[in-house]
Design a protein around this ligand. Structure first.
Ligand code: 2AM
Length: 502
């Protein structure tokens, strides 16, 4: 028993996290269901600073770990996680040992598993973001579970996490195999008990969906309204990347747009990528949880539906032959339009993040977690896919006011939208007039206009419900919580509804 930690599941994420740990001097036991995969992995990486120990059985794996044992599982989310935990228990894992699920698990599964296995081990859930490269050289890690278990994991999590420069808030780049970055603030912090880490990871992914969709809409508008070439667009995104929109996703977009296709020489690579998006489900989970909790995360859901619509490629091709729309007319004011699209993107992005944080606030109330929103934003500054300069502003907003009800109400964000909204509205209306698809820009704007409305037409809606279903309504001239019904065939006076009032 000499290993500091163990990794089960050696697909690319598992391998890279194991190598990341070994680079930081931790001795890592590795196990994979298909044993040859583990053997090959260790053979390919014979001399890491910490060392990798190939375990052919789970019994060997359990025996290889120092107590309290720390076993990380990185297998396909769902039933495989339970299979592996049960096998680990059979192989000798004890009640004080910590079994970490680092996969993209549904947070309710994590809550269930912690309880289900409580007598046999400390089950702990940690979100990880950053893709393959993040896993290898520094991901953002969102740990949730028993605080005492976190004490044991923390040194390892802090070591392997991405690091940001405390002065600039920007990720420290430049790690290479065997040479991790030194110093910096690690992009990990204890999120909360049981499923809190996986929940926050899920919301991160929901935000990632909308962040990507907004960029795609900007791209399609630059094309549809300005007829820009991919190289020109690449320069626009590079320029945006030096301002408020500075982020990993904008940067890779600039990079992608200047990429030439290796087969169809000298033509843009993106032009040969089929326009049908895939998805693995975390955006859908975020959106259906928003529906379950009654939180209007409409822009996040819009991004999921946008992927669904893109996937209906054959139907769209057919419909394009029958359904009419306006022919986009080129816009004359080129620079003004570019700036307007940038502003629309930034304002929409603020709304999208406001929705994500509203979701976490609602989940916190539902599960009695105490989430630190400023810290959550800060650990997303590096390592993860949504890393961005913008996150520093969110941390500052929650530092100014930890009880902030909505990001939109923070003075900085409020001011940013004040400055950008005329352009945002212009872009949405030009898109509508020209028949350019921009669902997330539009959805975000309608969230903004709905959220800032002291009065919505739901008075008529309640009247309709009372009319056809006697669903009752509250009155503006009576205290809240008193429910009335109008006897519609004989509307002489409103009746106080006893059932509704109770
Ligand atoms: P494999 O190499 O034996 O397929 C991603 O699929 C990773 O999860 C792989 O390392 C895979 O192991 C592992 N995995 C998937 N389902 C599993 C299961 N039911 N039990 C153990 N490992 C599993």
């Amino acid at each position: 028993s000499s290993c500091d930690i163990g990794m089960i599941g050696l697909a690319v994420m598992g391998e890279n996290v194991a190598l990341n740990m070994a680079d930081h001097g931790f001795k890592v036991a590795v196990y994979n269901r298909t044993v040859q995969v583990a053997k090959d992995f260790v053979a390919r990486n014979p001399s890491t600073p910490g060392g990798l120990v190939c375990c052919e059985t789970l019994k060997d794996f359990v025996r290889a770990l120092k107590k309290p044992r720390k076993a990380v599982i990185l297998v396909k989310a769902g039933p495989p996680v339970d299979m592996v935990v049960k096998q680990l228990i059979e192989a000798g894992v004890e009640p004080d040992d910590i079994v970490v699920d680092l996969g993209n698990s549904l947070w309710t599964d994590t809550i269930r598993r912690e309880q289900e296995y409580a007598k046999q081990c400390k089950f702990f859930g940690s979100g990880v973001s950053g893709g393959e490269v993040g896993a290898r050289f520094g991901p953002s890690l969102m740990p949730g579970g028993d605080p005492a278990s976190w004490q044991h994991l923390e040194p390892i999590w802090r070591a392997i996490a991405a690091k940001v420069d405390p002065a600039t808030g920007k990720p420290i780049e430049g790690a290479s195999p065997g040479k991790p970055v030194e110093g910096g603030v690690p992009c990990t912090a204890y999120i909360g008990p049981n499923g809190a880490g996986h929940y926050v990871k899920m919301v991160h992914n929901g935000i990632e969906y909308i962040d990507m969709q907004l960029i795609c809409e900007a791209y399609t508008l630059l094309d549809g309204l300005l007829g820009m070439s991919k190289d020109e667009m690449s320069r626009v995104f590079s320029e945006w990347n030096s301002g408020d929109l500075d982020s990993y996703l904008i940067q890779i977009t600039a990079d992608i747009l200047q990429q030439k296709d290796p087969v169809q020489k000298d033509k843009p690579f993106v032009d040969f990528v089929l326009d049908t998006a895939g998805q693995k489900g975390t955006g859908k989970w975020t959106s259906s949880n928003a529906l379950d909790m009654g939180i209007p995360a409409n822009a996040i859901a819009e991004a999921v539906f946008a992927r669904c619509l893109s996937a209906l490629k054959d139907e769209r091709v057919e419909a394009s032959k029958h359904l009419s729309g306006p022919t986009p007319t080129p816009v004359a004011d080129r620079q003004g339009t570019i700036t307007a699209i940038r502003d629309a993107l930034y304002c929409s992005k603020i709304c999208a993040y406001a929705q994500g944080f509203q979701l976490m606030a609602a989940a916190q109330a539902e599960y009695k977690w105490t989430l630190d929103f400023g810290t959550i934003a800060s650990i997303w500054r590096g390592g993860c896919i949504i890393r961005a300069r913008f996150l520093q502003k969110i941390t500052e907003a929650y530092t100014r006011n930890p009880g902030l009800t909505n990001l939109l109400l923070d003075p900085y964000f409020n001011d940013q939208i004040k400055q950008g909204q005329a352009n945002w509205r212009k872009v949405v209306s030009i898109a509508a007039q020209n028949g350019v698809w921009a669902p997330a820009f539009m959805s975000a704007l309608s969230y903004y206009d709905g959220y800032r409305a002291a009065h919505l037409p739901a008075n008529l809606l309640q009247a309709q419900r009372d009319y056809f279903g006697a669903h009752t309504y509250e009155r503006t001239d009576q205290p809240r919580g008193k429910f009335f019904h109008l006897d519609w065939p004989h509307p002489s006076r409103p009746q106080l509804d006893i059932k509704g009032t109770g």
